[in-house]
Design a protein around this ligand. Structure first.
Ligand SMILES: [Zn+2]
Length: 245
């Protein structure tokens, strides 16, 4: 017997949206994200690129559901924005000047000082519909790739953002293991988990997305002739396996 646990198949209850509420995809297809501040560890353009790369990766896995960046989260339905903050050693995310307000800062609800091993946390905003806030511990030295002295920012971001959908898994080698291990990857376990949580929304989005109709034709339910005339029974044409990996 193998020890491998494909958590989605073996323990689907472990997969849950962290906010405990369904995400409301805007126009059925997308959500926003916004990077509120920067870490002093990396050039800002590298942080923007890292965030974009992580969401691009996630968008491929969620197709045709997707995240869009917004430079103006307050102009959009702010409750749908995934907010990303770097938290300094004083426990605050420093957001700079905002109009007339100088040195705006946001207190992180999680105490990284008391929990020095924690890299990042993801919080649902309980007073909003589906907002999430990701706080990254900037006491850690962050780089684009893991090294003996540093942690990988893209790796941390992907894990945290996946928490919008998934809990931790015990599947070896998967990025959703509770413990940071730089060799872990996005595996079939997380892919199955995303399908479990978002499959219905994805199929609905596919039906509403003209340029993805071919997928619906191949993988969606197909009418078959069975039973008395005039009665059509709908059943899946194929077991849904996604062609993108
Ligand atoms: Zn986690």
């Amino acid at each position: 017997m193998t020890d491998i646990q494909y958590s989605c198949a073996g323990q689907p209850a472990r997969f849950s949206k962290i906010g405990g509420k369904p995400l409301e995809w805007i126009d059925g297809n997308f959500l926003y994200f916004h990077l509120y501040n920067f870490s002093p560890d990396l050039p800002e353009f590298q942080q923007v690129a890292a965030v974009k790369e992580v969401f691009d990766r996630l968008n491929r896995e969620l197709y045709p559901l997707h995240f869009r960046s917004t430079g103006h989260p307050e102009k959009h339905a702010s409750h749908q924005v995934e907010k990303i903050y770097f938290v300094a050693a004083d426990g605050y995310a420093h957001l700079g000047d905002k109009g007339d307000l100088k040195d705006v800062r946001l207190k992180c609800p999680f105490d990284f000082k008391a929990n020095p091993g924690t890299l990042a946390v993801q919080y649902p905003n309980s007073n909003r519909k589906a907002a999430m806030s990701c706080f990254i511990n900037d006491r850690m030295y962050l780089t684009l790739k893991h090294s003996d002295e540093s942690h990988s920012l893209p790796f941390i971001l992907l894990h945290e953002i996946l928490h919008m959908f998934l809990d931790h898994t015990r599947a070896p080698g998967d990025i959703m293991n509770a413990v940071y291990a730089p060799g872990n990857k996005f595996t079939q376990d997380s892919r199955d988990g995303l399908m479990h949580v978002c499959g219905e929304a994805r199929l609905a989005a596919i039906r509403n997305t003209p340029w993805s109709n071919w997928i619906w034709e191949q993988y969606g339910p197909a009418p078959i002739d069975e039973g008395p005339p005039g009665k059509t029974i709908i059943q899946p044409k194929k077991k849904c396996r996604w062609p993108w990996k």
